[in-house]
Design a protein around this ligand. Structure first.
Ligand code: DCP
Ligand code: CA
Ligand code: CA
Length: 356
């Protein structure tokens, strides 16, 4: 059996704002469009749990949020800042995962079947994950643990805020049956509406629906709905954003055969690549240089290390060797590129503060 976790940050954008403005903690905090004294257009992106006590929710018109709590702290969306924190969170999480799948800015699935022997140990592991995120970013998250993605996601919803919920097979039925069908992960509003019209309001009711009935109504997707109603989801945790390589390319101001000039260009690029792999928590095994000649013919040469490395010095040593192998002809070079591949994640110790 697989052990799948879903990690989701608590009130993410608003939590990021509390992080850099500690004085707003404890107050209702609403991130979204400008309320303009109640006349603002646009919606609430999210709000903290204090604001939720007043009935404020993601997606609600900002004017309505304003009516509900005029003296709340209203802040604009600063996605660049949230993305920076998100990158750091994902970097930390990757270090804990076997297989890893980021699903949104604040949420990721982890297949930890290879990391822990059983569900009880998975709970301890989830505690470690929460601590690492807290230590690295100062933020709270919730974690759902179960045998598949569907159930892990639904367990996480139940764990919120700041919790861990383990959902074992024997508890699945009584956990999901009372839920309205739109709470099934993967069942959207439109589908939920159709299901309601067919007479299925709860997951329990839906589980009585025949496979043929669902397939004739929804096509192949009907089979998925049929499975979801039973807590069945075979889909794998897939590394969707898997980065295959990281590299840079530069064109010289004038075509050159000066080795020192090429080396200094490689050095600049190595520094940039080093920064990027550190940010993403990656190591490399293979170094490639690409050279484009004035007539636009190109060639690439690679060398692989016997180990994973995150050292810019090693990256550059390999690049210089490749350059020496390929510049004997004294031909001019128009453009040069440096690239690392064979990437793997590592569990680094760098703190978010170093990027801010
Ligand atoms: N978001 C948004 N508009 C929405 C929903 C979400 O802009 N309608 C943004 C703001 C959220 C972030 O995406 O902070 C993550 O969305 P979540 O659904 O995970 O919600 P939160 O993290 O805000 O709260 P929760 O603690 O319920 O997960
Ligand atoms: Ca969230
Ligand atoms: Ca989320």
């Amino acid at each position: 059996m697989r052990i799948i976790m879903l990690v989701d940050m608590d009130y993410f954008f608003a939590a990021c704002e509390e992080l850099r403005k500690p004085e707003i903690k404890g107050k209702p905090v609403i991130v979204g469009a400008d309320p303009k004294g109640g006349n603002g257009r646009g919606v609430v992106s999210t709000c903290n749990y204090v604001a939720r006590r007043y009935g404020i929710r993601s997606g609600m018109p900002i004017s309505m949020a304003y009516r509900l709590k005029k003296d709340a702290v209203f802040l604009p969306v600063d996605d660049k800042y949230y993305e920076k924190i998100s990158n750091e969170i994902m970097r930390i999480l990757r270090g804990f995962a076997g297989r890893f799948e980021q699903v949104s800015i604040d949420e990721a699935f982890m297949d930890v079947s290879e990391k822990v022997d059983n569900f009880d140990k998975a709970v301890d592991y989830a505690r470690e994950v929460k601590e690492a995120i807290m230590k690295g970013t100062g933020l709270k998250c919730s974690i759902g643990i179960s045998e598949n993605k569907l159930l892990a996601k639904m367990a996480c919803e139940a764990a919120k805020p700041d919790g861990i919920k383990l959902l074992k097979r024997e508890d699945v039925q009584k956990f999901i049956e009372p839920m309205p069908v739109d709470r099934l992960y993967g069942v959207g509003k439109k589908t939920a509406q159709k299901l309601k019209e067919m007479g299925y309001e709860t997951v329990g009711e839906l589980s009585k629906a025949g496979l043929m009935e669902l397939v004739s109504k929804f096509g192949v997707y009907g089979k998925e709905i049929y499975d979801y109603a039973r807590g069945i989801d075979e889909s794998e945790v897939v590394e969707n954003n898997e980065i295959k390589s990281i590299g840079r390319e530069r064109t010289f101001d004038a075509d050159t055969d000066n080795i020192e000039e090429m080396k200094s260009m490689l050095e600049t690029m190595a520094n940039e690549i080093k920064e990027e792999i550190d940010t993403k928590g990656l190591q490399f095994k293979t170094v490639t240089i690409k050279i484009r000649k004035p007539d636009f013919t190109e060639f690439m040469k690679s060398r692989s290390l016997s180990h994973y490395s995150n050292s810019d010095k090693e990256m550059l040593d390999e690049a210089f060797k490749l350059l020496a192998d390929n510049t004997g002809t004294k031909e001019k070079v128009r453009k040069i590129g440096l690239r690392v591949s064979g990437l793997a994640s590592y569990r680094g110790q760098r703190k978010l503060a170093e990027y801010m």
